[in-house]
Design a protein around this ligand. Structure first.
Ligand code: RIB
Ligand code: CA
Length: 318
């Protein structure tokens, strides 16, 4: 039987509990070939998210090169989310120390090198502010044909979470998002519309922990920590936002996806960072994004349980 053809991907994120769970899902999939990992400034400072990226890769056995992303948004000062992810950006369970050195170049150059060297176009999975992806497109426009698709967790057609109108990843760097959303590259947007339905409940934490391997225990601990903030503001479960950007690539059949034009608002006292969706085509502009709007939650949780199960027999020194 012919070897399953793997989809080459680059993971770019700001771990971040849900980024880490997204990367766990990606590494567990036999369909994805992780060519590179790049850190973004977002949930915490770039130094902290880079250290977290290296520790998550050590935990999961991701052996791709890891590069540090840009220190902050293209034009503005960084915004961080220590109130949600903690002072380290990945508070909770003890993690292994990095097992590999950081790549000698920055994220944009590692992305560019990876695209140049890949025999086929690469999918970018962006689960933090889109700063690195935008910087790549600005610095290396000639490499756009080597990007197959960009799957982002970001935005919300209906509402925001960091402001009433804007979701965190987009709000941190709206100019970057505007560059990505206007690039013409096939784009899948998993915004709050779907990611706040991607709830993992405490009983699901126990299902994951019961798998019984090291990664299952760490993921359950990440969920417990990540749920604390959300429980205190009225959620019944942990919205694992970033994992949707991976799951929707792997199993689009469990999601509701709708093509539409999405504009990024970069001005406005109340609306900076808003992803303005145009499902009715009022603007007369061609769709630029496949927006993920809904999901079968139980099948999403099953995906997470099945993914941690693939780490049976894998153990790293912590
Ligand atoms: O708004 C949710 C997003 O912001 C997620 O990617 C989370 O990790 C934070 O980056
Ligand atoms: Ca993130």
């Amino acid at each position: 039987m012919s070897e399953l053809k793997k989809r080459p991907v680059i993971l770019d994120g700001d771990p971040g509990h849900d980024d880490a769970m997204a990367w766990m899902l990606a590494k567990a999939s036999p369909e994805l070939d992780i060519l590179a990992v790049t850190s973004a400034a977002g949930n915490q400072t770039i130094e902290k998210t880079t250290y977290n990226a290296r520790r998550v890769c050590a935990l999961l056995g991701i052996e791709a090169p890891i590069a540090m992303g840009r220190p902050g948004p293209l034009l503005t000062d960084p915004i961080t989310a220590g109130n949600i992810h903690g002072q380290t950006g990945l508070d909770g369970p003890k993690l292994p120390e990095p097992s590999r050195p950081l790549a000698p170049m920055g994220a944009v150059e590692l992305m560019a090198q990876t695209l140049r060297e890949s025999p086929e176009p690469v999918t970018l999975i962006v689960t933090g502010p889109e700063t690195n992806a935008a910087a790549l497109l600005l610095a290396h426009p000639e490499l756009k044909p080597k990007i197959a698709q960009i799957s982002v967790m970001g935005g919300g057609i209906g509402y925001g979470n960091w402001t009433p109108a804007a979701e965190f990843n987009i709000l941190v760097d709206p100019e970057a998002a505007q560059i990505v959303f206007s690039s013409g590259i096939p784009l899948m947007m998993s915004g709050l519309d779907v990611t706040e339905q991607a709830l993992i409940f405490p009983e699901d934490f126990n299902r994951i922990r019961a798998v019984g391997n090291q990664v299952a225990g760490v993921v359950a601990d990440w969920l417990e920590f990540f749920f604390k903030f959300h429980r205190d503001i009225g959620y019944d479960g942990a919205p694992v936002h970033d994992a949707v950007a991976v799951a929707a690539l792997l199993h689009p059949e469990i999601f509701t996806i709708r093509e539409m034009y999405v504009g990024i608002e970069t001005a406005g006292e109340y609306c900076r960072g808003t992803t303005v969706g145009d499902p009715l085509g009022r603007l007369g502009r061609a769709p630029n994004a496949r927006c993920v709007l809904g999901l079968d939650r139980e099948r999403f949780v099953d995906l997470m349980v099945d993914a941690v199960r693939t780490y049976d027999g894998w153990e790293v020194r912590v």
